[in-house]
Structure formats: C-alpha cells, structure tokens
Unconditional design. Sequence first.
Length: 276
Amino acid sequence: MRLPALTPAMLQKAIAIYQDLAYGSGRVRRPIEPPAEAGPEALLAMFQKETAEAIPGHPVHRYTLRLGNRNYPFMKLLLQEHLLPGEFFFGVDSHDQMEIKPTYPDYEQFMAVRRFNRDLKRQIEQGFQLAGLDTSARLRQMLVEAGAAPGRPCRGLALVVDDEEDLAAAVEILLQRAGFRTWKVHDGKAGVAAAQELQPDLVLLDYELPELDGLQVIERLRADPTTQGIPILLNSAARIAMADIQKADGFLAKPFPEAQLHDMVDRVLRAREVRR
C-alpha cells in the first residue's frame, strides 16, 4: 500500500481489530477515533514516525502507534516499510525485544509475556489480512507477481531462518532473484538441523526465534565442525549488543530495503572468499 491510499476507514478497521484481540470484549481500552474526513497526512500524524538509513540513500520508514495489550502496555500498531521502497503494510511490533538472561529475576514471567505477545501479534496480523488490509502477505504476493529476474548463474544455497512466515517468503523470493537456491524454516532448532543437513552457502538468520534464538543457533553451528564455516547474516528489529553482533558474519537491522539485503549478502560472501 502506498501511503496516499491510506483512509480513515482503513485505519479505524486496523485499530478495531487490534484492540478487540488485544483487550477482549468488556475490557477498558484506549479510545482512538481517526477523523472521518482526514487525509493521509492527518492520519499519519497520529503515529510516531521512525526512519532508519543504514545505507545512505536508502531510508526505510515506519509509523508506530502504541496501543498496548491486556498484559503489556508497550505493544504497537505498525505501518511498516520493508524490502520494497514506498510500499507499506499493517503489522504489530511486540516491543519486547529487551535482552533478558536466564539469571535475571522474573525471567520466566518475562518469557511468558513474550510468548503471549508473539501469539497475539500473529492473531492480530491474521485479523488484518482477513479484513482485506495490506499485510506482509501482500508484500510477498507483490514479489510473486513481479516474477523472476533474468537468469543468473547460481550463487549457491541460502537458508532463511525466520518465524515470520510471510516476510521469510518475501526475502526468499529476493534471494532467488539474486541467483540463490533457497530453503526456509521457521524456528531455531529447525535452522540448526537444516544447516547441518543441507550445508548451505549462506544462512540468513533472525535473532528472535522460537525453540532456539539466533545467538543459540550461531553457538551450535560454530561448535559443529561441519557447519562452523558457513557464513551467517543475522537480522533483527531488536537492539543487540555489539559483542553478540560480532558472533555473526554480518548484521541487518530490520526493517531494511532490498538494496541493503543484497549489499550485505555480497559483503558476507566476499569475506568468506577472502578467508578461504
């Protein structure tokens, strides 16, 4: 969706779906009513605008509206730009990516909140899709409709490990257009198993995953002589310590544009050739 296409009815529908699932019937919620005759600029003014520009000349934007949920006050409604410049989709930012170690007090309680938020995010985004709002599923469909790029020499096998299935599929399409064969899985344990079995030329690894998180996946792959040399490109929307980023061969901060994805893949593979 291009931002000029945003209407009050779309935004009202997104807020209603979010709040119905986040709070349930009969619960107190924050009343939000987009002005009925407002244009896109006035609607976007309800959000906080965030811009990232990891590669100069390739800014990525997102708009966030903090609505919370019945267990956690910081979750947000998103209008997100990702992969395709200028195309936005509705989503949810669980905003619970703080680094919490098992030794911290209340670790189990925080993990329970994180699991709740992950499940709720999935439900809300499915609700958006069923209501006809643009979501990451639409982003994936746009890439499918664009078709394959002209034939290129095969650059090897890329393994995509990401629990957001539509976004993983979109990234997979972009990697295929860049000349890679691909395989994708959606949790950390499956990522380790696939890397050991398939011996890919590259792993594109999300940081926040069920079963094993991205750092645990890296630890297991580096400890196995059969996988320790596979280049790993870590990606995340969370703030990650530099020491943890350096455990991978490269890092992409979400959201990122297609150009940045291709640039980082090239850098990681060039560095592997230098090491060889």
